[in-house]
Design a protein around this ligand. Structure first.
Ligand code: FES
Length: 63
């Protein structure tokens, strides 16, 4: 999977920026990602994709 994939077209947020927000800022919800990166805050069309990334990364991390 390519980290350069654009996830949020409205704010030009890339997959690797979202992953970084999860790993470095501890974002756990779509709202957290929106605050950290701006993704998902305009049309909302990318929210499913953000959720998918959250699911993938939450599962691979020990709390
Ligand atoms: S594509 Fe992300 S808010 Fe529109």
């Amino acid at each position: 999977m390519n980290g350069d994939t654009i996830i949020c077209n409205c704010n030009e947020v890339y997959r690797n920026e979202i992953i970084k927000a999860i790993e470095e800022k501890g974002c756990k919800t779509v709202e957290d990602i929106g605050e950290a990166t701006g993704a998902g805050t305009i049309c909302g069309g990318c929210i499913d994709d953000i959720q998918e990334i959250l699911d993938q990364h939450a599962g691979s991390k020990k709390e």
